[in-house]
Design a protein around this ligand. Structure first.
Ligand code: BG6
Length: 512
């Protein structure tokens, strides 16, 4: 593109942050995540010129690939899933020259010795300087074994500033309840110090999620009204139109609470409710987020019917086509009670938020994919222009996380003409229009941060633990809930019970 024809706001958008030389090892290198997210993200970093020049990737999995066939397989994956198309052959060629593969088993220490040899080769041929970035794209049950073998093979080092470093990135889910997460944390800490650990929640890598902090702490006009004196309630919705697809077996283990609430929704809630950190560094930001999680009033197991809704999709329609019920999906029990939808009413018991409900809802097979945080302000103290009903009654600030990323403010305006008719209008900010640039994928940002050593957008051990404690209590309550979940038609906005949860307080879900 001719620089003079660039969108004016896109100038200066390029970050000058470049990763440190390192070799990245991907455990689970032949899996779905590597194909759809990790390799495309690395390629895009390379395309943006921010991948370190001295960089190598060593894939590790049990499938039999040669170095050549792994490169071919990944080229196909990147060509299909990269956000920027078509594939740039030259950039791919440079990137692929540093792409290696080790076929091995997690049980077998000799496989880790092979990995060690591949990494030493990378140091010599690619100049990766002994720096290691391990990525566990595997289920949490396998992670302890990997950690043990890494340590036994002498692959982990942390000799201090200026010396070769090792870091580990752990994919979600991080455990499946409080106890398992604690056990996993203990295994991790036997081998790595917390400062070397990067627990991924890809929502934190989304531009709009990071912008929440800029919006709140980079402007002076919102802070004075961001509290219980002005806010009536907050809604957080993460809706997906897809069903569980081929992940029936995983979903039967996880369900919506573990898959979406413990991590993504809790992150959105803490960023919305947190106090300003003292600095934009990893510890300061995460300290404030943990304080919010600790202030959330736990929903006790005997209270789940009052504060939560547990839904599951029944047959319905999806984009005009018939959609199967969850119980009819592959590898799902015919009488499964697993939730594919959850709605929660939570309170954050601190000075800022006392008495302000936070309504959360998330589900599969809803009418569309949309994630939004909306802050609903209090009603007018006095109805000067007549009683305002429904939507018109409150100002709403909506932060659209995805898609159509942006922020909109709803307020009332005079309808042109004689008389004093009032109507609700929106003031909109749209990312795409304002910056003329497509935001990078969350994984790009997170991988780059881990290469730089910035853990701000990763989840700390105490954060994970606090979120699990809240969710585990609800999971226990749901286990004891004797009835089936509330069914909802695929393609609808969830069960009636979700409307009732918010309706009982005289409020309603925002129409999205
Ligand atoms: C993942 C969940 O963490 O997030 C999936 O495991 C879900 O079930 C996905 O579909 C949603 O991510 P995004 O970025 O599409 O909102």
């Amino acid at each position: 593109m001719n620089p003079s024809s660039e969108h004016p706001f896109s100038q200066g958008l390029r970050t000058e942050r470049v990763g440190e030389p390192c070799a990245m090892v991907i455990f689970g290198a032949s899996g779905d995540l590597s194909h759809r997210k990790l390799l495309p993200a690395l390629y895009n970093l390379s395309l943006s010129g921010v991948l370190p020049a001295n960089f190598a990737v060593v894939g590790f999995a049990k499938d039999e690939f040669s170095q050549e066939s792994y490169r071919t397989e990944m080229k196909k994956a990147v060509a299909e899933h990269s956000r920027r198309k078509p594939l740039d052959e030259e950039v791919w060629g440079d990137f692929a020259a540093g792409l290696d593969y080790v076929s091995g088993s997690f049980e077998d220490l000799a496989s880790f010795q092979k990995l060690k040899a591949a990494l030493e080769r990378a140091d010599q041929e690619r100049g990766t300087r002994g720096n290691r970035l391990f990525y566990c794209a595997v289920p949490p049950s396998v992670m302890p074994l990997i950690l043990k073998q890494l340590s036994a093979a002498g692959l982990v080092q942390n000799r201090g500033k200026g010396k070769p470093w090792s870091r580990i990135i752990l994919e979600k889910p991080f455990g499946h309840d409080t106890e398992s997460a604690r056990e996993l944390n203990a295994c991790v800490h036997e081998v790595f110090a917390e400062s070397q650990v990067y627990r991924i929640d890809h929502y934190l890598g989304k531009e709009t999620v990071q912008n929440l902090m800029v919006f709140r702490f980079g402007n002076s006009i919102f802070e004075p009204i961001w509290n219980r004196q002005f806010v009536d309630h907050v809604q957080i919705t993460a809706a997906e139109d897809i069903g569980v697809e081929r992940r029936g077996a995983y979903y039967e283990e996880a369900g919506i609470l573990r898959d979406m609430v413990q991590n993504h929704l809790m992150q959105l809630l803490s960023l919305t409710a947190m106090e300003s950190p003292v600095a934009m560094d990893a510890d300061a930001v995460r300290d404030e987020k943990v304080k919010v999680l600790r202030a959330i009033r736990p929903v006790l197991r005997e209270e789940v019917q009052q504060y939560t809704v547990r839904g599951q999709y029944a047959r319905g329609a999806y984009h005009g086509k018939a959609a199967a019920a969850y119980r009819e999906e592959e590898r799902v029990a015919k009488d499964s009670r697993m939730a594919t939808f959850a709605a929660l009413k939570l309170y954050v018991d601190n000075w800022r938020w006392e008495g302000v409900p936070f309504y959360l809802r998330t589900g599969k097979r809803l009418p569309k994919r949309v994630t939004e945080i909306s802050v609903h302000f209090q009603r007018l103290p006095h109805a000067l222009f007549g009683a305002m009903q429904g939507e018109a009654a409150r100002n709403v600030l909506a932060i659209r996380i995805q898609p159509d990323e942006g922020i909109s403010m709803r307020f009332n305006s005079k309808v042109p003409g004689e008389g004093m008719r009032v109507r609700t209008v929106n003031m909109d900010f749209r990312y795409g229009q304002a910056f003329g640039a497509e935001p990078p994928e969350a994984y790009e940002r997170l991988l780059l941060d881990s290469m730089i050593g910035d853990a701000t957008l990763f989840t700390r051990a105490d954060e994970v633990d606090t979120a699990w404690r809240l969710v585990t209590e609800i999971l226990e309550g749901w286990k004891e809930w004797p009835s089936d979940p509330s069914f909802y038609e695929a393609g609808s906005w969830g069960p009636q019970a979700a409307e009732d949860l918010i309706g009982a307080d005289g409020r309603h879900w925002r129409r999205l």
